[in-house]
Design a binder for this molecule. Structure first.
Ligand code: SF4
Length: 424
């Protein structure tokens, strides 16, 4: 989501005549696109903003802007203005398209400070924002904004507002343009894509309409919520060859007690039922997840419920992380676990997931997989890398001209979750 928002920022700045530069010291404008999902991310960004203070002294015309979900927190705009007087623009997530106006007001009207943060959601923040796509072979497309779920650990509904879906016409026309431009992969974005809803049209309507636009491209989406992920979505994925057999379904915990405290609205049993249905209908599917440990009051028993769920599901990959309290959320007021306990548990989760990912990698040995070549390999000479439809990264010998093309690769070796092969 943030990467795609950075593309919108870059698009607006490019239209204003700015170009990207390689060193921050050379910049005439610096935009901090913030994220406040984790406390550490917020501390980090505040440190980074402080680090550019001296640049403003050296270049009084430098424009420093802070945008993104951190600014949506109550009182944050005033705090930023007080703490960092050299910041001249503060914009909320729904006001990103005001960046052009803000920069013009500062450049042409000599305005010192421009701040715009709305509680009222914009219908479609993208409507006036040009895009400067930086994601290579993949194009991100927002289908909805905000979230209604209020998981007790999460700040997103407070800073990004309630759910609102873009019209199917807007989404389909953007995807159609991208396919005409030759993008081989489209990823639909939303905090909870399964609850997409617009005048009677649901997420499966979008999936089917997009899937029938062209036969040779890959369609991915993120993120799904187990409470809304249903048989209709599974059936559509199973029946449309260009929708990838790769599903990211965050489970967060394997303990029913903790899931209830998290306000997730599904049980461990329901989650496992969904996984069984996915596996029975979609061959060779890659299932990934987000798994949290250290949620307030999590006992050893709760933790081992999570471990046993991981062992049962065998995620091809999982983003494992430690719970950290976010001010203003319900869980931040609950009894917190000691840091040491959280640390021990996350170490164990990482170890388990690494083992499972490595074991699953071995299943790919000898297989021939269709790979969409995404980039030149950053680590291996004269090589390129790309993903299987199920989402596994594969590196193999090849020329840079292959980027953006589909090739068949035989998988010869596996190292942890990384796969290596050769074009056949
Ligand atoms: S579904 Fe839960 S975790 Fe995801 S964005 Fe919404 S509140 Fe946050």
């Amino acid at each position: 989501m943030n990467v795609h928002e950075s593309e919108k920022i870059a698009g607006m700045l490019t239209e204003l005549g700015y170009q990207s530069c390689s060193a921050v010291e050379e910049a005439d404008i610096i935009v901090f696109n913030t994220c406040c999902i984790r406390d550490t991310a917020e501390k980090h960004i505040l440190g980074n903003i402080g680090d550019v203070k001296h640049l403003k002294k050296e270049n009084p015309f430098l424009i420093v802007a802070v945008v993104g979900c951190m600014t949506q927190q109550k009182g944050m705009s005033e705090n930023l203005k007080k703490k960092f007087p050299f910041v001249s623009i503060v914009l909320g997530t729904d006001n990103l398209s005001d960046l052009t106006l803000a920069v013009r007001q500062i450049e042409e009207k000599n305005k010192k400070f421009f701040s715009c943060i709305h509680d009222t959601p914009d219908v479609d923040v993208q409507k006036d924002s040009p895009l400067y796509r930086t994601s290579g072979t993949n194009a991100w497309v927002n289908i909805m904004y905000g979230c209604n779920n209020f998981c007790t650990y999460c700040i997103v509904p407070y800073v990004r507002g309630r759910e609102r879906s873009r019209s199917p016409q807007a989404v389909l026309s953007e995807v159609s343009d991208l396919l005409k431009q030759g993008y081989p992969e489209i990823t639909l974005l939303g905090q909870n894509v399964d609850s997409y809803s617009y005048e009677g049209h649901d997420f499966t309507y979008l999936l089917e309409k997009i899937a029938e636009m062209d036969s040779k491209f890959r369609l991915r989406f993120m993120t799904s919520h187990p409470k809304d992920f249903n048989s209709r979505v599974i059936d559509v994925i199973a029946s449309c060859p260009n929708i990838c057999n790769n599903i990211h379904l965050p489970v967060q915990s394997g303990s029913n007690r903790v899931l209830k405290l998290m306000n997730r609205h599904y049980t461990r049993e329901r989650y496992l039922e969904i996984i069984d249905e996915i596996r029975s209908k979609i061959p060779n599917v890659g299932i990934t997840s987000d798994i949290m440990t250290g949620f307030p009051t999590e006992t050893d028993e709760d933790f081992y419920d999570t471990v046993s769920l991981m062992e049962k599901v065998r995620f091809s990959n999982a983003f494992t992380f430690v719970y950290s309290p976010r001010k203003g959320t319900v869980a931040a007021q609950m009894e917190q676990l000691p840091k040491k306990v959280k640390q021990e548990r996350i170490t164990e989760l990482v170890k388990i997931q690494n083992r499972i990912s490595a074991e699953i990698s071995k299943d790919y040995l000898g297989r021939t997989e269709e790979i969409l070549v995404e980039d030149v390999s950053p680590k291996h000479q004269n090589s390129v890398c790309g993903r299987t439809e199920s989402g596994r990264l594969v590196t193999f010998a090849g020329a840079p001209e292959l980027v953006g093309k589909f090739v068949n690769v035989k998988i010869d070796s596996a190292r942890s979750s990384a796969l290596f092969g050769r074009i056949i």
